[in-house]
Each structure stands twice: as structure tokens, then as C-alpha cells.
Ligand binder design. Structure first.
Ligand code: IMP
Length: 192
């Protein structure tokens, strides 16, 4: 494999993923390099379903092996919600901030703050398809702390750390995060 396209337009995510695969020395593109690609609706009931749907579309349109990811934040006291609906937890065009505030409200007064991020990365190359999973366990804190990262980062504190993802050096986040672990599995697969 000498080329790879990331099936995403999210600049934060593209940046994180490019760093993770940089050492492979392959040409890494993203959906931003192909403006004609349409937005793929994430309407499947599972992270696996959404990740495969995005990677299949981008691979079909570009002919380049496509890597996509879908992530959900699974909160124990909410029976796994927002999960696959994390991006639109507070409504269709919800901002990161809307989602964060809605989650803090839903957990108000609850003692159990346990949560995990789960990422499924899908690789599609013609009729060959693979998925790789990564999980990062932690807790939802009561107020937002930190300015780095994106999404739910200011309220997620990974286990065994005293800072949120939004306070953390991005290189450390990449090492321990759900997406980092899923991409790590993908890299191990490539090395095999
Ligand atoms: P998506 O699968 O990347 O679309 O992400 C679903 C939702 O989870 C979005 O609201 C993202 O902001 C959020 N999300 C995904 N990855 C992360 C992360 O690493 N940190 C915080 N929030 C994330």
C-alpha cells in the first residue's frame, strides 16, 4: 500500500490520524483533497456500520484504500448513551459545546461518572474490508477543563490521569486514546 485516504473532513481528526501514520512513509490524503466527495450520512445503528459506510464510499469514488473512523462516547449511568449518536446528542446541528452541556446536565447529581470512548476504524480496499477497535476508559468530570483537542475532550478524564484530554499534550492523547489504539491495531495489521 503506497497511498491512503482518510475518509474525513474533520481537521482535528485528520491531523491526529496523519500523525499516527506518519512513520509509514505513504502518501496520506483526506476528503479535503477531493472536494467533489459528498458528505456521507452516518445513519447506521453501530459505529462499525458507519465506519464501513464512509470508507466504502470514499474508496469507490477515489480508488485509493480508504480509512475511516467512527467514535462514540459511552456513559455507564446513561446505559451507553450518547454512543453512536455522540455527534448529534444535543440535536442535528449541535455544536461540540451544545453536546458537552447536554451531557453535563444529564449527569448532574449522578455519582457514577464512568465512561469510555470507543472508536471503530474501517479500512476498505475494493472488496476487502477490515475493522479495528480501540477503547479508552475514564470518567466525565463535573466542569469543563482545558482548551486543547475537540468534542467532549474538556470533560473526559482518562483513567490513571489527573487531567482531561483537553489539557493533555496531543502526543500523549494519541498514545492512550480510543482512536490512537484503534489506529495502532490497524498499523499492527499493516506490519503483519
Ligand atoms: P465522530 O465519530 O468522529 O463523528 O465523533 C462523534 C462525536 O464524538 C463527535 O461529537 C465528536 O466531537 C466526538 N469525538 C470523537 N472523537 C473524540 C475525541 O477524541 N475526543 C472528544 N470527542 C470526540
Amino acid at each position: 500500500m503506497d497511498k491512503l485516504i482518510l475518509a474525513s473532513r474533520n481537521k482535528n481528526k485528520i491531523e491526529e490520524m496523519k500523525q499516527l501514520v506518519a512513520h509509514l512513509g505513504i502518501d496520506v490524503f483526506s476528503a479535503l483533497d477531493f472536494p467533489d466527495l459528498e458528505e456521507v450520512e452516518e445513519d447506521k445503528p453501530t459505529l462499525e456500520g458507519n465506519a464501513l459506510k464512509k470508507a466504502r464510499y470514499v474508496n469507490q469514488q477515489t480508488g485509493i484504500p480508504a480509512l475511516s473512523d467512527d467514535t462514540g462516547l459511552e456513559v455507564e449511568a446513561l446505559d451507553g448513551a450518547p454512543g453512536v449518536y455522540s455527534a448529534r446528542y444535543a440535536g442535528e446541528n449541535a455544536s461540540y459545546q451544545d453536546n458537552v452541556l447536554k451531557l453535563l446536565e444529564a449527569l448532574k447529581g449522578k455519582e457514577n461518572r464512568a465512561a469510555q470512548f470507543r472508536t471503530v476504524v474501517a479500512l476498505v480496499d475494493g472488496d476487502q474490508e477490515w475493522t479495528f477497535e480501540g477503547v479508552c476508559k475514564g470518567k466525565i468530570i463535573e466542569d469543563q477543563i482545558g482548551k486543547k483537542g475537540f468534542g467532549y475532550d474538556p470533560i473526559f478524564m482518562p483513567n490513571e490521569f489527573a487531567e482531561t484530554f483537553a489539557q493533555m499534550d496531543p502526543n500523549i492523547k494519541n498514545l492512550i486514546s480510543h482512536r490512537g489504539k484503534a489506529v495502532q491495531r490497524f498499523l499492527e495489521f499493516l506490519e503483519d
